[in-house]
Design a protein around this ligand. Structure first.
Ligand SMILES: [Zn+2]
Ligand SMILES: [Zn+2]
Length: 455
């Protein structure tokens, strides 16, 4: 069996077989993505892809910026090729991924369109994928910036009724990644895409740690795909700073690979760990309290630095059964729930409700995990040692492209980063660094001591 990693080394195409790929983990991995056209001038391929994937009447979605950058040209190309199409352009400058934005699109969508062409990244892609799902039509994405890894995921990150949620949506059949367009993307978006890739260092480490402690499914091939993605990007960081097409291509390729890895694994683990929860927390606080926020990948880059600092503290610990048990015994869950609600507002109330169903704080489950942690501490340390780069390295990578490395650079205090870290265990049912510290009975002492010298 040729390994998935070897196939990926030859390019993304080999990973996109309809029948999937059998893997040494025992699973058959597949994605609904069929094709990625990544090259200078790729936009020209749009009509060919639309026809190949059965679009006879296309509904093109763009915002003011992406229409200028690629949408207008894409529409013209469709016209030249004789493909019927309608164009929807959001009137507002900053489109939000909300139910209201989705409604605007759906209200204009005409029933005889059988394909959506989303022209954009981030928000436009999220809305377009979801509109395709709602209307039961196929979807093709024209990327305008290598800014995040959600291009080919089967979920859209949305804000519905004021709450941040992840909703199942349609995977694009094809992605058009025109390097002429991507290299000209706003600098902040390039930095964001790179930050979302650096996050894979900590996501993979946490996936392995979770696998060890909770027995969660893990695939070494998929993990290796992500390591490869990160290696390719950091090896070209100087080129990225200069917007060299080759370096931008590596970032875009890695972002798509990351989406493929999530599809292969069947969950977000390969691409998202606690570093992402800093970002989710700041997004939730922004929605509720209008506190500062930045692009997803910018926040994930900062979250990665913070997470590496947390793991530097974890490395110094010696697990103790007594300490873990007595901490959890005296843990005041009602008080904690109250804090989550106050800190995150409506989103927090939803998380608390969810926790009451999932019973994440169950003491019997804690005892079992603690026992495993004590017994496997050496292996946990080895994962931390082998998977994680130093804080200085990752700061250096981010600084090389001019991206922020600390929360204060985006208007968020370190005190807030401490709270975000503690709350990170409540965001999804996913074992991460804050759970590990809670299990050890060290969450408060470690979290409260972090970043004190940088207030
Ligand atoms: Zn596998
Ligand atoms: Zn991400």
């Amino acid at each position: 069996m040729t390994s998935i990693v070897d196939i990926a080394r030859q390019g993304l195409g080999g990973l996109l077989r309809k029948e999937g790929l059998s893997c040494s983990c025992g699973k058959r991995h597949h994605t609904e993505l069929r094709e990625v056209v990544m090259q200078a001038g790729a936009l020209q391929e749009t009509p060919r892809l639309v026809e190949k994937y059965g679009g006879s009447r296309v509904f093109l979605i763009a915002d003011q910026n992406t229409y200028q950058v690629a949408g207008q040209k894409a529409a013209a190309l469709l016209g030249e090729a004789g493909i019927d199409h309608e164009v929807f352009i959001f009137a507002d400058d900053y489109v939000q991924p909300t139910d209201a934005s989705l409604e605007q699109v759906l209200a204009k969508f005409s029933g005889d369109c059988d394909m959506i062409l989303g022209v954009g990244s981030g928000t436009i892609n999220d809305i377009s994928k979801l509109a395709a799902k709602e209307r039961g039509v196929s979807y093709i994405c024209v990327a305008t910036a290598p800014s995040m890894d959600g291009f080919v995921s089967n979920t859209s990150s949305m804000v519905m009724k004021g709450i941040k949620v992840s909703i199942e949506s349609t995977v694009p059949l094809a992605v058009v990644a025109d390097l002429d367009i991507l290299v000209a993307a706003p600098e902040r978006l390039l930095q964001a895409g790179f930050g979302d890739i650096l996050a894979k260092y900590t996501s993979i480490a946490e996936w392995r740690i979770s696998n060890l402690i909770t027995g969660e499914y893990y695939c070494e091939q998929i993990a290796e795909l992500m390591r490869m993605a990160v290696r390719n990007c950091v090896a070209n960081v100087e080129g990225l700073a200069k917007r060299e097409p080759e370096a931008v291509k590596y970032v875009m390729e890695s972002l798509i690979l990351s989406g493929i890895a999530m599809a292969f694994a069947g969950f977000t683990r390969p691409a998202s760990g606690v570093e992402h929860y800093f970002s989710h927390t700041w997004d939730m606080r922004y929605l509720e309290f209008h506190t500062p926020k930045d692009f997803h990948g910018i926040q994930c880059g900062i979250g990665t630095v913070l997470t590496l600092e947390v793991y530097d503290q974890i490395k110094k610990l010696t697990p103790s059964r007594e300490k873990g048990l007595s901490y959890v015994e005296s843990f005041d869950l009602a008080k904690w729930h109250q804090f989550v609600q106050e800190y995150l507002g409506r989103s927090g109330a939803g998380l608390v409700e969810q926790e009451r169903k999932e019973r994440k704080y169950d003491q019997a489950a804690h005892r079992q995990r603690l026992e495993v942690i004590v017994q496997k501490w050496g292996q946990i340390l080895e994962i931390i040692q082998t998977e994680l780069p130093s804080v200085a390295q990752v700061r250096g990578y981010l600084q090389a492209v001019g991206a922020p490395v600390s929360p204060t650079e985006i208007g968020i205090s370190y005190a807030d980063a401490r709270r975000a870290f503690k709350v990170s265990k409540d965001i999804r049912n996913k074992y991460n660094a804050s759970w590990l510290l809670w299990d050890l009975g060290c969450l408060d002492e470690v979290a409260d001591s972090l970043w004190q010298d940088r207030e």
